[in-house]
Write a protein that binds this ligand. Structure first.
Ligand code: FAD
Ligand code: UDP
Length: 371
């Protein structure tokens, strides 16, 4: 065999594993079916702006080990995610904090805000059973109706009463004036773009692009002792137990001949009628300046539309409800029998992982496999 490891997928999971394998003296081949490395964190340079081609990616973590690791491959800027919600032209601060409560109800003190939330959350008695109940019990009905319901239903294509409540637990609720979307010790965007960071991880490693593993499986398997597979787990098994559900996302990206379109990296459209879920203005991830610190005269925006995944589309978000959980478990049992294959990453493990969790998982797997 020519290689110790064949890594399928050059996203964050594949790149971290490949880097670690090489560092342990192993020979590695990385393949990807796309024409570029970096998976969903891929960024492309347009007029000096690093465009997040597969959607906005803000790195954030509380895991010191992950932070120390990833900052070896890129310097991170001080970007803090503070999205703005646009509900029919009314603008609100996110996540839910004193600025939001003041705009929604005119309340001024944390005590007044708390009283208002308590009054509204009292309609939910008992443990919240789904996202709708969970959201109302967290922030009350007004915020649910204006800032959560439309956005969530557009994003997931399902009624809030049919969605699991954990999706919303990610969102902080604060009785302080703090628009930082994440409760994370460390946060930022890699200067020079995510693609460069992935290229650094993959330095000195052979990469073949435009290569689909599943279409050339026998031939590729014969090249390596072991396979690290980061594609969709159901695709690996030819969907033989049925399709796992994913949400897909479509981006409409435009280069505009103006310096400032919306004044913020992310604006969420939280009403049901606007067809897109959010608009990203990529230059604000790097404060509107190029690498030399010059203001950029143009701007690039992406409208993000959410859709149900169908075969042939890019799978983005696993839909982690009960039905899919059961099906995934069956696939996982099949996967366990594939002794020479490690299933990793967001699609291989069918988990709604953030980047830091993917890095932590890839490091954990590397330690187990390589040490
Ligand atoms: P991927 O990046 O999907 O990589 C898998 C790779 O495998 C792809 O390149 C694919 O082409 C390749 N592949 C698949 N099948 C095959 C095959 N058969 N043959 C060859 N190659 C194959 N996380 C955050 O921490 N912060 C954020 O702000 C954030 N925002 C997000 C926004 C969106 C719209 C989405 C969808 C995700 C976001 N995430 C965010 C999550 C983040 O993108 C993932 O955690 C991370 O990129 C997953 O890395 P991965 O390597 O597991 O998967
Ligand atoms: N959410 C919402 N309104 C918003 C932003 C988020 O209701 O303006 C809810 C929605 O249910 C979403 C969840 O919070 O699915 C998590 O949002 P986040 O932005 O963390 O998801 P991402 O798309 O970045 O993974």
């Amino acid at each position: 065999m020519k290689y110790d490891y064949l890594v399928v997928g050059s996203g964050l999971y594949g790149a971290v594993f490949a880097h670690e394998a090489k560092a342990h003296g192993k020979s590695v081949l990385v393949i990807d079916k796309r024409p570029h490395v970096a998976g969903n964190v891929y960024t492309e340079n347009v007029e000096g702006i690093h465009v997040h081609v597969y959607g906005a990616h803000i790195f954030h973590t509380n895991d010191r080990k992950v932070w120390d690791y990833i900052t070896r491959f890129a310097e991170f800027n001080r970007f803090t995610n503070s999205p703005v919600a646009n509900y029919k032209g009314e603008l609100y601060s996110l996540p839910f904090n004193m600025y939001t409560f003041n705009k929604m109800w005119g309340v001024v003190t944390p005590e007044e805000a708390e009283a208002k939330i308590n009054e509204q959350r009292s309609e939910i008695t008992g443990t919240p059973k789904n996202l709708e109940e969970r959201a109302i019990s967290l922030v009350g009905r007004d915020i649910f109706e204006k800032l959560i319901k439309g956005y969530t239903e557009k994003q997931w294509g399902r009624d809030c009463s049919e969605l699991p409540s954990f999706i919303i637990k990610r969102l902080p609720v604060r009785l302080t004036f703090d628009n930082n979307y994440f409760n994370a010790l460390y946060q930022g965007i890699p200067m020079g773009g995510y693609t460069r960071m992935i290229e650094k991880l993959l330095e000195g490693i052979e990469v073949r692009l435009n290569t689909d593993y599943l279409e050339n499986k026998a031939e590729l398997d014969s090249l390596a002792e072991k396979v690290v597979y980061t594609g969709p787990i159901d695709a690996y098994f030819g969907y033989r137990l049925g399709y796992l559900e994913y949400r897909s996302v479509r981006f409409e990206t435009e280069l505009l001949d103006q310096p400032n379109f919306q004044g913020n990296a992310a604006v969420n459209y939280t009403d049901r009628e606007t067809p897109w879920t959010r608009i990203i203005e990529h230059k604000w991830f790097e404060f509107g300046r190029d690498a030399e610190g010059n203001d950029l005269p143009k701007t690039v925006i992406s409208r993000e539309y959410s859709s149900e995944w169908k075969p042939g589309d890019e799978p983005y978000y696993p839909v982690n409800n009960e039905k899919n959980g059961r099906l995934y478990e069956q696939y996982r049992q099949l996967a366990e029998k594939e002794r020479h294959v490690i299933f990793g990453g967001r699609l291989g493990q069918y988990r709604y992982y953030d980047m830091d969790q993917v890095i932590a998982e890839a490091l954990r797997c590397s330690e187990q496999e390589l040490d």
